[in-house]
Structure formats: C-alpha cells, structure tokens
Write a protein that binds this ligand. Sequence first.
Ligand code: SAH
Length: 558
Amino acid sequence: MTTKASKSTDPVSDSESDDSLSQTESWDDVEADEETQEVISLLDDRVFPDVVSMLAHCKEQHSFDFLGIRQRLQLDFHGCVKLVNYIRQHVHEGLPVTEQIAKSDFESDEYLKPVLEDDAVIIGLFDLPDVVPEGVLPSQVQDGDAAPLVNSLLKRNTELQDELARISAQFESYRATVSQTLDQRWGDVDQAEAEAKAAGKTAKGPEKPEDASKYYWESYAGNDIHETMLKDTVRTDGYRDFIYNNKHLFAGKTVLDIGCGTGILSMFAARAGASRVLAVDASDIIDKARENVFHAGLSSTITLIKGKMEEVVLPVDKVDIIVSEWMGYCLLYEAMLPSVLYARDRYLKPDGLLVPGTCNMWVAPVADSEYVMDSVGFWRDVYGFDMKAMQSGIWDDVRVLHWPKTSVCGEPVGIQVLDLYTIKPTDLSFAAKWKSTLTDDIDALDGFLVWFDNFFAPTRENQGVELQSTADEWAKVGKDRVAFTTGPYGKDTHWKQGLLLIKQKEDDSKATALKKGDVLEGDITFAPPADMPRGLVIKTSWKASGEEKARTQSWSMK
Ligand code: SAH
C-alpha cells in the first residue's frame, strides 16, 4: 500500500450511512417468491412445476441437455446463471440455441443479468442434480402418474437437505456478485448501502454519522497512487513471486484480498489456481478492479466487494488465505493493519495463511552534513533573506525520503518483529530499546532512519524471522520464501525511509563529534497520536557512551 493518505479517524468505528437507493426489490423478495413460482421452459413457452421436469422436457422435446452441457463445460454456479440468461436471451430474440454451445458464447458478465425477472430456473439452479433423474419426464408429470415422481422427489428432498449449507453459500455468492457486478455498475451501489436497503433502513437518516474516513478512501480512488504502487517492482514482484512460487498453496483455495485496489493481488491469486478470491476495497478504485478482473477473464473466480473490511458481509464463513498490502510509511502510518487483524480473527481458518506473515522494523543513526545544510541551513539565506520561518516542522515531522546508505553512520538495529498471526491491534503501539555501534567518525549525529522489511513464508511459522533478520539472508534459504526490505541497503521502494532529524540546539555552536566504535543507545516508541488514529508519532531518547544526559525528541506523521 502506499501512504499518501490520511487525516482520518478510526476506520473501525466508521459506519456507512448513505442509502440513496431507489430500487424497490430486495433479495428477500426473490427468496419469498421461490416456493410459489412456476418454471417457464428455457426453449418454449410451456410451464412446469419444477426445474427438473422442465429440463427433462427440454432434453426430450428439444434434444437440449442442460445438465449435460453444464457437465461438459464444467460450469460453476455463475456459469450456469450466464447460460440460462444466454438461452433466454437467444430464445427471446428468435435465435437458435444448440447443444454445441461453447463457454465463450456466454462468458460476458452481461449474462449475469436476469432476462426473466425472478427467474425460477436461476433460483432452482441451487438444487439441480447432476443428471435429470429417471422417471421425471414431462409426460408423466402431465399424466398425473405421481408415484415415480414422488419417489424421485423424496430422494431429491433428502439430497437437498444435505446440500443446504452449500446452497446458502452459493446464494450469498450470487447475491454478492449480482449486487456488486451489475447493480453497482449501473446504479453505483455499494455493499453497505445494499445491506442497509435489504435491512429496510432509510438512506439519509439523521442519526447516521458522516464517513470520517471518506477522504482516505478518496485518496485511493485515482490512478496515480496505484500506478506508483504497481511500478514499485520490489513490492509487486515480491507478492507475485511468493504467490507464483507457491501455486500449490493457492490451488483450489479461497483467498481474501484486503484492500484489493486495482485487483492485482487477487489476479495473481486467481492465476495461481485459487478457486475463489474475494476482493474487498472501500475505495472507488474497486470499479476499475472489476473491469481489470473482467478483462483478465477472471470474473468467475474473483468476487469484488465494495465496502470496508470491517463492515462487508463475505459470502463465505472462512477463507484459507489472506493477502493484503497494508504497509504504510514507517510500516504503521495509515493504520490499515488493524483491518487485516480484524479479518484474520473473523475469517481466517485456524490453519490459514497470511501473506505476508511477518514484518520487522529497523532504526539506524545517520549523519550527513551536506543534507542538513541543504535542507535546513538553506532557509537561513535564501537570496539573502532569512526564511527560518520555513523551517517549522523540519524537526517535528517524519521526513519520507530515499536516504543514501553511505550516510548511515551506525549499525542498523532491529527494534520490533511483527508476527501477523499473533499480534493484536494494541501491540501496534510499542516501546523498544536499541543500541548501535558507530561505523564512522562523525562531526555530529544528525538523526535516525526508520524502515521495515516484509517476510512471506509458506507456513504459519515465520521460519526464523528474528529481530535482526535481514530480508536477503532469510529469503535465500528457499524459493518458496520471499522477503524484501524498504531500507537504504536495498533497491528503492515507494515507501522510501522515514528520517527523524535531530534539532541541534541554537547555542550548540559545536555539535558533539563521535568516533567509530562509540556506542549510541536509547529507546524508541511508536504510537498513533490521540487525535488521529491513522497518524503516527515516533519518539526516541538516546545518549552516546560516556554522555550523562539522554536527549529526547519526537516526530509525527499526520
Ligand atoms: N492491493 C492493492 C492496493 C493496495 S493499497 C495493491 O497491492 O496494489 C491499499 C488499499 O486498501 C486501498 O485501495 C484502500 O482503499 C484499501 N483499504 C484500506 N483499508 C481498507 C479497509 N478497512 N477496508 C477496505 N479497503 C481498505
């Protein structure tokens, strides 16, 4: 994830409010009608009491074996829905429909739109047997010879009871897909709105608060931010390599992509063989993701769900794998990780996989008098004017930049390992001790650099990621492992690093020079500011060996 956003408030406490839907139907209506509905033949205008007898009629009278086609083309539920609508559309237009039909004939998402309102065949798709049961022929239905039919139906009834759980899940899926794929494309409906509508809530109730994270979602709606992330090859290759190098982990699995953005990670997962991918994002970028998924021909595998992770209702109870690119500047800025932890606790199977599974955080002392002169001293003489007013914030804000590794003057120190399987949201505010030996002689300590590494392991065990583990060392053990650093010793990433610039005292005519081998030590804390849950405050106290008094300074990102 990138990082540009966020002056917003707690995403978890936000609640969707706007229900501007004008549609009058709900899915409940569809379900209520189900029992009383007659089934109109797919190929003519005859009417049947159930789908099975209608299909038997089509097979017998029109030599059109719907279930055979389903079997031959290996159609999943959505495929069947499209096939039904395709047939109905063709029959409606007087065009021929033959058994030689190919999957490509009806792959368009347009065929998810019901041709017949409340089509009993589509509702009945949940209950279809593999083949038309013998004895259920139209002639028998009409002749009133009920015995074979009753037996057959009793048998089917038992089977249907067993399938109830599966059917419910499929229905949820259909509901989500139609709601998201079609309603939204045409009517700009998001899931929270659709849910509110289904629950009979009114749209602009005065009791509903504004979405306080609105500006955060808007920051992800445009192309630029996603282009930056996708072009960060360290980041995007990292996810791709892990997913493609571990296809056996993804094959046949249900994957949740939290914050899907353009859909890139969902598409990696689908290409790796996931049987189902649920892609969630609250930003309007998901509309583009839907198109991207469609053009990739992955619409039947990837279900896009617009809404906040904490508020959407997934069409499954549990998932096998969660992928998410949630990392912000200095790892924790932007505070998306709590949304991932929420989903982990709510949806991930006990043996499920998190991608990535571990991160660690680093700090190192830095010295670069040229940089300080250029970015701080500069303001004291701008074309002969003292613009020291422009310096405000220089020492209070975390500066995000690519820092040259030659200006790191001490050993980097690992300050925190985040095991994503076990950490809790409260662990994201923490204090750590650090100690670094200087690797150069310096005239003055100018600040500290903060960065993080990400580790992707094929098992729930982090496979030895420790405080001082470096991405390169850890990853070279096996191809199924992937790790990358955002630090100054690796290739540049869009996260850059966080610079904490030390404010030299005005009367410090001479800053303290330090020698190679001197030891700096201190503690460091990370926490969101009280008034801005998506922001970050980093505070550190430090002193060099031999010094009596520690200095303390804090920096923020808002
Ligand atoms: N996965 C994409 C985009 C990552 S950027 C990629 O790798 O390129 C992070 C995305 O997460 C943004 O699009 C943002 O809108 C979304 N996001 C952040 N918090 C979210 C939440 N709680 N629920 C849903 N989407 C969220």
